[in-house]
Design a protein around this ligand. Structure first.
Ligand code: NAG
Ligand code: NAG
Length: 919
């Protein structure tokens, strides 16, 4: 939320009076369209020329004599043809074959690589920004020197077979220059099929022409703000085609559909490409390719039993056009600056793609257990008494929650790392009181710093000179934000990162304690009255990078600093929890995110689901939306429906704008309070399943919420379904109600397995749509036959208080085989000891009346110690679903062999006290 918004809200209201129905367009003008972004216009012009100009030719010619191949890397040189330019403009490229089966295409301009350019004394770098190098991804990139092998090399092409069993091939076509990627002999992905490859070459400012001006090459004004462009044009672009793929997913963050739409198409209504440019966009449009707060340039394509993916490693403003024909999808990517660096993943399964991609950019953090419980936030809880009352009321009304949150107004005049002395005089006492119920507090701290010589953070920041600079490269970048006149921390300065991290230490952040965690907001960065609500693109960061080069990873660097600070604060003994609004590929290793400033409307509520699913597919799975919408006052129906879906957001937090009515979960009164209590109960009962799912995601890169296409990869009818999903591998299929006034809904079942209703175990079977009851408060949840669901049925005040509680197993047998299986992961929920083996991992299988329990964790020393300490953990109840054995046998497999015993099943299919200890 920002101040500019008050201006917009006014405009919005006034405009709304005149132009009923088009209120959303009222703030659209704050953000650029592609036609208002010079480099996008130029790259789109190429695409139009390619389509309509019969004489269109690509700009690059391969020098075939330059090609070399050795040790898993193919190199060569492209020459750019520029009419009227006699000089040779050279672009070296490489194609690297990596051990994980992926390939990497890199391209840069020779002159810039060599630093042989002149920017009229501007205090900026000569080379192009390289995300992978900056992010230190080198240690994760392993060239395969063993398998790749040139199998054909003639006048027209060069072919390399690669991958573990030479399953993949790359064919480099010389004229025109084009790169095909094949799996088992079939072309899957093609680079430059449409000859849209572009990299704007260096030219001195003195050569600028009239035409350049109209294309925004040397300077550009938007919203009356000048971008000085000291390096002139330097954009890069490439078309990437997915052959035989009608569905592509990813490139968050947008409120669009899960299966991405064609851009520039009157049928989809999209005239602009999907845009990646982190901005503080409030009350955003639903069903739109406009940029939001985060940017992940990862795309996945799916067809029957086949997946491929692309990672476009670039942190500058990026646009992606999507076009489809009857069988394939062609995409066109262009960025404002930086190197060209593209990773290509050939699957064949989605898991293969995720493993390789997250192996590069980083696997999702295994968060502290408390953070997957319920979070209670609002702007603002105004005082210690307020916090106390809310906390106590949760106990009185018998509802669980794990963390209470403070927005900007707990600080002294929006000076972060301070507390308002009048309203929060005893933060540590408040924290202790929360801790007595296992609860936490999360407070907001933003990267803009009040420019105030009497404020210790500001003083220190200025003295150390860790600020972002304006286009002069010398003066501090100064603008308005929450505290008024502000300066910004430069996270591209490693010492600055450390300085920011150290602010979280207990002696610097007075009043903080071990159960205090962090929310970094406004880190796109948000700048009031800045261009598109953000920082000037010609502002300068440490190392001479322009803001334009690094815009989309500013937030990521902020979060990394915070993460390292929290690790240091607690001597590496506690897992940090951080919420971020802005993110890039890899932020998932550090933090959770939410989708920003929604409206309390059905439209925004519906939009939140596809957004959260897409974030998950692209590697930011610990994501959620404000329950029940940020702006406005939801009616009771929307309020309850939003909690219904909220309990299935991986990140589950209630939040509301300062001008909204109070809406803690009990305030709507009965029957709504009971409905919400039941829903919170479902979340907390399922915490063992959630935690196991987070562990799987942490290990594999698979999303937490699995869209239909991932679970049923051969069922084409499910490829564009984005209003239902599965929770990890649990077999839970959730179909939220997303519209008002209904009491039932239809869930789509993709296979001929038996599905059981989660509430009454009613059976459902048959491919197709099934109508299920969905009265208010009852979100349709099905359990797919063949799964064992693991819960903890006791609801306590907070998740931490449940870790010694016994489990219940719901054995839902397959309608086809009568068997079922499930997994359980658990550890202490707070520390990093699990990395040393201190965890419990069990697999349960049920077959013909026999329940086998396997220890799936080979025990190192610390694992044994941990397991010893959990000897009391047991299963207290087993419920058989779809099975009518009256007696079952339990086989517990351990180091010392198998222990077996029989247990009796009562008439409800329940085994009470099966005497099954996990350790
Ligand atoms: C977008 O569509 C219009 C109208 O069909 C066409 O003139 C234009 O060239 C298209 N642009 C691109 C980038 O394909
Ligand atoms: C965080 O910063 C450190 C350097 O201080 C770097 O090694 C690490 O890769 C960064 N992590 C991420 C996720 O960017």
């Amino acid at each position: 939320m920002n101040l500019v918004r008050f201006r917009w809200i006014l405009q919005w209201v006034i405009l709304g009076l005149f132009v009923i129905g088009s209120s959303e367009a009222a703030f659209r003008h704050v953000f650029r369209t592609s036609a208002q972004d010079g480099f996008a216009k130029r790259n789109r012009q190429l695409a139009s020329a390619q389509k309509y100009d019969p004489n269109y030719k690509g700009q690059f010619q391969l020098d075939t004599s330059s090609i070399t191949f050795s040790d898993g890397i193919l190199s060569g040189i492209l020459q750019k043809q520029v009419p009227g330019n006699m000089e040779e403009i050279l672009f070296p490229f490489t194609i690297s074959f990596l051990k994980d089966g992926s390939t990497r295409f890199q391209l840069d301009e020779k002159r810039r690589l060599e630093g042989n350019v002149d920017y009229d004394g501007a205090k900026i770098r000569k080379d192009r920004f390289d995300v992978a190098q900056y992010h230190d991804l080198g240690s994760r990139i392993h060239i395969d020197t063993e398998h790749p092998e040139v199998t054909t090399h003639n006048k027209k092409l060069l072919k390399v077979d690669y991958g573990n069993n030479q399953q993949f091939s790359m064919v480099l076509h010389f004229q025109p220059f084009m790169i095909e990627f094949l799996r088992d002999g079939n072309v899957e992905v093609v680079l430059n099929q449409r000859q849209l490859l572009n990299m704007e070459h260096y030219r001195p400012r003195s050569e600028r022409s009239q035409k350049d001006e109209s294309l925004g090459m040397w300077e550009e004004k938007f919203d009356n703000i000048l971008d000085s462009k000291p390096r002139g044009p330097e954009s890069l672009g490439l078309d990437i085609s997915f052959i035989g793929y009608k569905h592509v997913y990813g490139v968050p963050e947008h409120t669009s559909s899960l299966s991405l739409k064609e851009t520039n198409n009157s049928e989809t209504g999209y005239t602009d490409p999907y845009r990646l440019y982190n901005v503080d966009i409030f009350e955003y449009e639903v069903d739109s390719p406009m940029s939001q707060y985060g940017a992940i340039p990862f795309m996945q394509a799916h067809k029957v039993n086949s997946d491929v993916g692309i990672f476009w490693s670039n942190a500058a403003a990026t646009w992606i056009d999507i076009e489809k024909d009857a069988s394939s999808t062609s995409t066109h990517w262009y960025s404002e600056s930086g190197k060209m660096d593209v990773f290509i993943y050939l699957g064949p399964t989605a898991l293969d793609v995720y493993e390789a991609y997250s192996g590069l950019t980083g696997r999702t953090q295994l968060p502290p257990l408390f953070s997957i419980g319920y979070h209670q936030c609002r702007w603002n809880y105004f005082s210690e008494e307020d916090v106390q009352t809310v906390d106590n009321t949760f106990n009185e009304v018998d509802m669980p929650y794990d963390a209470i949150w403070l927005d900007i107004d707990y600080t002294s005049g929006r000076r972060y790392f301070t507390w308002d002395e009048a309203t929060f005089p005893h933060p540590q006492e408040t924290l202790k009181k929360l801790d007595s119920n296992g609860r936490k507090m999360v407070v907001i701290l933003d990267p803009h710093i009040k420019n105030d010589p009497n404020y210790f953070v500001s003083k220190d920041l200025l003295e150390n000179d860790f600020t972002v600079k304006d286009s002069s490269g010398v003066d501090n970048y100064n603008a308005e934000c929450w505290p008024g006149d502000s300066i910004w921390v430069d996270f591209f300065n490693m010492e600055g990162q450390q300085w920011w991290g150290d602010l979280y230490s207990y002696d610097r952040f007075k009043g903080s304690d071990k159960n205090l965690f962090i929310w970094n907001d406004m880190n796109e960065p948000s700048v009031f009255k800045g261009p598109e609500t953000s920082m000037h693109r010609d502002a300068i960061h440490h190392g001479g990078w322009e803001h334009r080069d690094v815009h989309n990873i500013y937030g990521h660097e902020c979060i990394n600093s915070t993460y390292k600070g929290l690790i240091k604060r607690d001597h590496g003994e506690l897992r940090p929890f951080i919420l971020t609004r802005s993110f890039f590929a890899g932020t998932n290793t550090l933090a959770a995110s939410w989708i920003g400033d929604t409206l309390s409307t059905w439209e925004h509520f519906r939009g939140s689901l596809a957004t959260v699913l897409t974030n998950g597919v692209a590697g930011m799975p610990f994501s959620g939306a404000d329950v029940a919408g940020f702006f406005g006052n939801p009616d009771p129906e929307l309020f309850v429906r939003w909690y219904e879906l909220g309990i299935f957001y991986p990140f589950f937090r209630a939040h509301a704008h300062i001008d909204t009515k109070r809406r803690e979960p009990w305030l709507y009164g009965e029957p709504y309070t009971s409905m919400v209590r039941n829903l919170l109960g479902i979340r907390y009962r399922l915490l063992p399943t959630w935690y196991t799912t987070f562990r799987t995601t942490h290990m594999t890169g698979l999303p937490i919420l699995r869209p239909q296409f991932l679970v049923h990869p051969a069922d084409e009818l499910g490829f564009d379904i984005d209003d239902q999903f599965y929770l990890g591998d649990s077999g839970l299929l959730v179909k939220p109600v997303l519209e008002p006034g209904v009491s039932e809904t239809a869930v789509y079942i993709a296979d001929d397995e038996t599905y059981y209703d989660f509430y009454d175990f009613d059976e459902m079977k048959g491919k197709g749509k099934h109508v299920v009851p969905a009265s208010l408060g009852r979100i349709p949840i099905l359990l797919r036959g063949g799964n064992i669901l693991i819960t903890r049925e006791r609801i306590r005040r907070a998740s931490e208080l449940t870790i010694n509680d016994p489990y219940t197993l719901y054995i839902a047998v397959s309608g086809k085989t009568g068997s079922a299986s499930g997994e359980l992961y658990m550890d202490d929920g707070t520390s990093f000891e699990y990395e040393k083996g201190a965890y419990i991992s069990r697999k349960f299988t049920f077959n013909d009346g026999v329940l086998d329990v396997f220890d799936t964790h080979p025990h190192p020393q610390s694992g044994v110690r941990y397991a010893e300490s959990m000897k009391h953990l047991k299963v207290e109840r087993i419920k058989l679903i779809g099975d009518n054995h009256q007696k079952i046998k339990i086989h517990k497999h351990g180091m010392s062999g198998v222990k077996s015993w029989d247990v009796k099943v009562n008439t409800d299919g329940v085994v009470q006290k099966p005497n099954l200890y996990l350790v």
